[in-house]
Design a protein around this ligand. Structure first.
Ligand SMILES: Cc1cc2nc3c(=O)[nH]c(=O)nc-3n(C[C@H](O)[C@H](O)[C@H](O)COP(=O)(O)OP(=O)(O)OC[C@H]3O[C@@H](n4cnc5c(N)ncnc54)[C@H](O)[C@@H]3O)c2cc1C
Length: 509
């Protein structure tokens, strides 16, 4: 590989501070940049899209503002920590509102449950649906607290760079039923299928099938109860904009519309990147927030890899795809809460179709977002902004989304009309969709998966791509495809791990 000169010749370069390149400005990349900036690194973030945020991009259309991805903000303390590191306060940039109840789950029989963090209210809700399940619910909740303490507080920011890290947690894994699935654990405590679904669907928020992911992921339930569910006024995009400002205030840069084509490696160590336009930028370390499959399979193509070989990447399991329909209406649907989950007639069978058989099922379950329930400014006066999200197979299912998308959108519309929004069809004034194909094209996501590598036990912790690359020195990985995994709290934690595996700038030789 050619020796490459430092490109940035401005005053910043003359400070001789070591230079870190971060590929990708998703939550993982932004958090990594802030953490490195706070520890003395000169940081350049390179983002292929026209705006920072990655899956948390913002689409503006016909006077409506749509957050493309994350809407449920949990663990706000992880965000606050970034502001603190950069010498600020989150409240100066972002107003977070607690959503209470968190969300409504509407079952196929027409019953519903409003989920919240209030213990008594939750027991009452469970009791209304299935009186015999209240005691089991309380036992299950007590267990999630213990799982959270170990899985999130103790292990969520540990690098898992050595197999002994994994061996050390095995006793806890077994004690906390980590060998069972989340649904398996829930089913040991409650009987009503609706209650089982309500207590076990959470792994879908990080790309996992509740019938396959380790019960450790039940920690998500406790995370919500403990720290609440929040929404940023102005949308999640307001958080992204705030993080981007922190990076600028640290004196560092985000360059959008700048796709990286290759990570440059010299004598086994990352030493910079080559952009799609052929230009090169030197760096002392490279941090990739791009999909791990894409980082190893494409950005490091031609580089010898012992662990993440093309063969191993081809055998990896990826999370499901997502079909997201963003739409605006010319009237408000005041009876629809901020977050609604519309369950279909099947739970296990539908997930099997999506994750295992990879086929488009005749039925569907949906997550419906109505941000204007909390912030009416996201739509023109008297209107509502929405998105409806359906888990679907990733591109490995072979669906031709260019052909399927409109028919599928119409099915989503019909489902919403019959379940929660009668008369919807006559009130849609703006509309756009994202399919797994768009995830692949826009974010370089392998198989167009919504959440990177699937979080099954054999692809978690030490088994997941490490935050300090096993194959290339001075290359670090953050984001959904690394440990601990997807979801905003997960990817913020991947960046937190960097504090352990990347030295401070003044200690870097
Ligand atoms: C529709 C949807 C809803 C979700 N809802 C929630 C939710 O409510 N709560 C929650 O906690 N989580 C949610 N998630 C999950 C969460 O959004 C993601 O796990 C998280 O945002 C991923 O962040 P990331 O930094 O890992 O990846 P990304 O956001 O994908 O960022 C990676 C970035 O790298 C860029 N990139 C890729 N290749 C290159 C290249 N070659 N050169 C330069 N840049 C490149 C991409 O463009 C992208 O900007 C949701 C996800 C989706 C898709």
């Amino acid at each position: 590989m050619n020796v490459i000169a430092r490109q940035d010749a401005g005053p910043e370069a003359r400070t001789q501070r070591p230079h870190a390149i971060v590929i990708g400005a998703g939550f993982g990349g932004l958090a990594a940049a802030i953490r490195l900036g706070a520890r003395g690194w000169r940081v350049t973030v390179l983002e292929r899209c026209e705006q920072p945020g990655g899956r948390a991009s913002v689409f503006r259309q016909d006077g409506f503002v749509f957050d493309a991805g994350p809407t449920i903000i949990t663990a706000p303390f992880l965000l606050e920590e970034l502001w603190t590191l950069a010498g600020g306060r989150m409240a100066d940039d972002v107003e977070l509102r607690a959503i209470d109840p968190f969300y409504r789950i509407r079952f196929d029989d027409g019953a519903h449950i409003d989920c919240s963090g209030h213990h008594d209210a939750m027991c009452a809700e469970i009791g209304r649906l299935a009186p015999g399940d209240v005691a089991g619910y309380e036992r299950f909740i007590a267990m999630t607290e213990e799982i959270y303490r170990i899985g999130f507080e103790q292990l969520g920011h540990v690098p898992f760079g050595h197999w002994t890290d994994m061996a050390r947690i095995l006793p806890d894994l077994v004690r906390l039923s980590g060998h069972r699935s989340v649904h398996g654990l829930v089913a040991r405590h409650v009987r009503d299928p609706r209650v089982r679904a309500a207590l076990s669907f959470h792994p879908l928020l990080v790309g996992g099938n509740p019938f396959r992911v380790s019960a450790i992921y039940a920690l998500i339930l406790h995370l919500e109860r403990r720290h609440g569910v929040h929404f940023a006024m102005g949308g999640t995009g307001a958080i992204v904009a705030g993080l981007a400002r922190l990076i600028e205030r640290q004196g560092n840069r985000i360059r959008c519309n700048t796709p990286v084509d290759r990570i440059l490696v010299r004598e086994g160590a990352a030493c910079g990147v080559e952009l799609a336009d052929g230009s090169r930028i030197a760096a002392d370390i490279v941090v990739s927030d791009a999909c791990t499959g894409f980082t190893y399979g494409h950005l490091l193509r031609g580089v010898a890899r012992r662990r993440w070989t093309d063969r191993k990447l081809a055998a990896a399991r990826y999370s499901m795809g997502l079909f997201v329909w963003y739409f605006g209406t010319d009237r408000q649907f005041g009876e629809v809460p901020h977050h609604t989950i519309v369950m279909g007639p099947r739970y296990r069978g539908l997930l099997e179709d999506i994750f295992e058989k990879k086929r488009l099922a005749p039925d569907m379950s949906l997550y419906l977002h109505r941000p204007t329930a909390t912030d009416p400014a996201l739509a023109p006066a008297g209107c509502d902004a929405f998105y409806a999200l359906a888990p679907v197979p990733h591109l490995g299912g072979g669906q031709d989304w260019a052909r399927e998308a409109e028919a599928f959108r119409q099915r989503v519309e019909r489902r919403l009309e019959e379940a929660v929004m009668p008369g919807l069809g006559g009130h849609i004034v703006t509309s756009r969709v994202m399919t797994p194909q768009d995830f692949a094209t826009r974010y370089d996501s392998t198989w167009g998966a919504g959440f990177g590598m699937e979080p099954v036990l054999t692809q978690s912790a030490w088994f997941r791509p490490h935050n300090a690359s096993e194959d290339v020195r001075n290359l670090f990985l953050v984001g959904a495809g690394t440990h601990p995994g997807a979801g905003v709290p997960g990817v913020l934690s991947t960046a937190r791990v960097l504090d352990t595996v990347v030295p401070d700038a003044n200690a870097f030789v």
